[in-house]
Design a protein around this ligand. Sequence first.
Ligand code: TMP
Length: 211
Amino acid sequence: MSKKGLFITFEGSEACGKSTQITLLADKLRSLGFDPLLFREPGGTAAGEAIRHLLQHAPEGEALTPEAELLLFAASRAQLVREKILPALETGHIVICDRFLDSTTVYQGVARRIPADDTARINAFAVGDCLPDVTILLDLDHQTSLSRMRAANRKPDRIERESTDFFEAVRRGYLNLAKENPKRVLLIDASCSVEEIAVEVLTKVISEINK
Ligand code: TMP
């Protein structure tokens, strides 16, 4: 299957501002005449949203092992890729996904300490050759992330209740990933203003569109 569209993913730790930036980017792209399609992970399909509920909020998810957790994220992704992302890319759409396989590499691989080759193998099985063309990584330190979450004043989900060590490992994992994939991953300081970040994101996306 040939891919004609552009596949953009957003990554980062909790409260890093992904949703805001995705909305701003999508609005800007629409104003330029594009028709971007937006998805989120886990989720984005009926099956994926049920898996999301199990992973984040359902009491049945509380005792999930790291291995089961990884496979559930991968199952949600495998469904999203085939049901939504590939068809959209094949018809030339820009696809913007809030999290994708890098989240598994970092949260389950680095923070939950599942061996990197297992994580990579399961990621590859889930997505096939459907890989992001560009990834926007919003980097935020854990303290700022925590204070933003507290300010949002909502009940934390199962993963948001993890320890400082866990989120420091997540951040380290993301920073390594950016270092290892400098062409694909644009690392942005998420403590900058919303407007500054939006300009950086748009500049990168426009340069990808013009490639
Ligand atoms: P969010 O979409 O609101 O950021 O919530 C998704 C949560 O799931 C977030 O805590 C990160 C976590 N996650 C993983 O641990 N592994 C994954 O592969 C994905 C997609 C998300």
